[in-house]
Design a protein around this ligand. Sequence first.
Ligand SMILES: [Zn+2]
Length: 209
Amino acid sequence: MLNYDNQNGWPNQLGNYQSPIDLNTEVSTKYDDNLAISSDMYYQLTQEINDSTTIRLLGHGNATIFNRKFTFQQLHFHLPSEHTIDGKTNPLEIHLVHTNAIGQTVVVAIMVNKGNSNADLQAIINHFNNKEDQSVNISTNQWIPSLAKGFHYLGSLTTPPLTEGVEWLVITNSQITVSDNQLAWFHKNFTHNNRKTQPLFERKIEWYK
Ligand SMILES: [Zn+2]
């Protein structure tokens, strides 16, 4: 099991393109536009896995991201958020991992705010089984807004092997919110699993506001 209290001991060969980062709006290049992502109406989640540090859900769906076709692979949760925005942490961050035919990886991160109980999150909570994988049939309705706002930058996986060359879209205007009760459930079943923010170095952050 990955030890989030000993992150300096994680095996890696750190480069200058590590994730997560603080998304500092002051140094970001600003665009009065939307993030270039359009997904199918929803992704279909088919299997729910307890991987001891988080819940992972496998499924299928497609998205066009910056004019390239990607296939949805899996999503999982981090609490609290791994990315921060101007130093501010969100209670929950969801990572939707996508790949394409030429081996590129795009992670679409959804920054979740506290608010009403979300029905899709509740379905995931209700299906959770500590002991064994579960077959599920959950649609992620409207997780990715049709006019997505947020950040775009180049980074890495946030768990070992921390591979670089991963493209990140961090969405800040998703309709998903998490209630106090749902958040309490996540905290009861999982300890914190957020990697610390990493130095930006020479990288550019694009902010689609
Ligand atoms: Zn992740």
